[in-house]
Ligand binder design. Structure first.
Ligand SMILES: [Ca+2]
Ligand SMILES: [Ca+2]
Ligand SMILES: [Ca+2]
Length: 323
């Protein structure tokens, strides 16, 4: 398969080079091809009245019932936030009935990746329960990792932060926690997961916006291998999303989770010129259309020597198909 793709690539490259050299390809066509190739898209959504349509949000969760978790009556957008009104449904064990879990598909994460959100969780009329909202990284409803803000029923329904994970449908506490505080002091946190490639460890932070900024959770840092589902998403790709779970609590008015943003930082493969997670013909085209250009910081200059040329083309070709 790889050999076949290489053959196609080489043929395509020769063909396009010839077209460009002989000026057979009109500039307008070349420009439209370049714009179709696109530019680097940051994995950041500020939820400005809706999802950023360039990011490809999805409500689907494999192995969940329903597969499409969207319930339009429970989801709305403020001018700069996503608001989800909680309802019954959970990823816990074999229940796999979560509702309103939006996520982005990601390829394998590279380099010193980090994932961050800011969430406010209002308990409203809910009975005592481990009501929670936060980040979730998943392969499917039975293989996921979450980091969340949570109300603690056994501690007077005060707030804290924690994490959990599931492998093949078996749930385990992630061994992460933080300080416990009265929700009247603030019901908003920022949550962050950060990977250190030099140590192979993953770290977990929270900021309850009390002036202390990022605090590291107790139980952090940890080897990535402690959390097989988190490791699977990081190394093979998966979905990174946001969730709220009433944890069996009942009562009205229902709790509301308000997400301010989601940010995913991730080093792309150097040959993934358009940073869409795959080295393929679009990257090849982008190098071709930048051929000969001498300039700093151009994505088509894969080897960063200041010039887009055949060396860069070769690097894309030899990485073809990689993610
Ligand atoms: Ca499950
Ligand atoms: Ca690409
Ligand atoms: Ca170069």
């Amino acid at each position: 398969m790889w050999g076949y793709e290489m053959g196609v690539c080489k043929a395509l490259t020769r063909f396009l080079c010839k077209l460009l050299r002989n000026k057979v390809l009109p500039t307008s066509v070349a420009l439209s091809l370049v714009s179709a190739v696109g530019v680097a898209q940051p994995q950041f959504d500020d939820f400005l009245g809706g999802f950023d349509s360039r990011l490809g949000w999805s409500w689907l969760v494999p192995r969940n019932n329903p597969l499409n978790t969207f319930d339009s009556t429970r989801v709305s957008f403020l001018s700069d936030a996503l608001r989800i009104t909680a309802q019954t449904g959970t990823l816990y064990q074999n229940f796999n009935s979560i509702r309103n879990l939006p996520s982005l598909s990601v390829p394998a994460l590279r380099g010193a990746w980090s994932i961050e959100t800011r969430v406010r969780l209002q308990r409203n009329g809910l009975s005592r329960a481990y009501l929670q909202a936060g980040l979730v990284l998943l392969r499917d409803a039975d293989n996921y990792f979450n980091l969340h803000l949570v109300y603690l029923p056994e501690q007077n329904n005060w707030l804290s932060v924690s994490g959990g994970h599931e492998q093949n449908g078996v749930y385990q506490w992630a061994g992460l926690n933080g300080i416990v505080w009265n929700p009247s002091e603030g019901d908003t946190v920022r949550l962050m997961i950060r990977y250190e490639p030099d140590t192979g460890r993953v770290r977990f932070f929270y900021d309850r916006e009390d002036g202390a900024y990022w605090r590291e959770m107790s139980g952090s840092p940890r080897p990535l291998s402690d959390f097989p589902s988190l490791q699977a998403v990081a190394q093979q790709g998966g979905q990174i999303g946001l969730y709220v779970d009433t944890a069996g609590g009942v009562g009205s008015p229902a709790p509301v989770a308000t997400f301010d943003y989601l940010q995913i930082l991730n080093d792309c493969h150097p040959a993934d010129v358009n940073q869409d997670g795959a080295v393929d013909d679009t990257d090849l085209l982008q190098v071709l259309f930048s051929f000969g250009v001498q300039r700093c910081n151009q994505p088509a200059d894969v080897n960063r020597d200041g010039r887009a040329d055949d060396t860069d083309l070769l690097q894309v070709l030899f990485a073809f198909g990689q993610r």
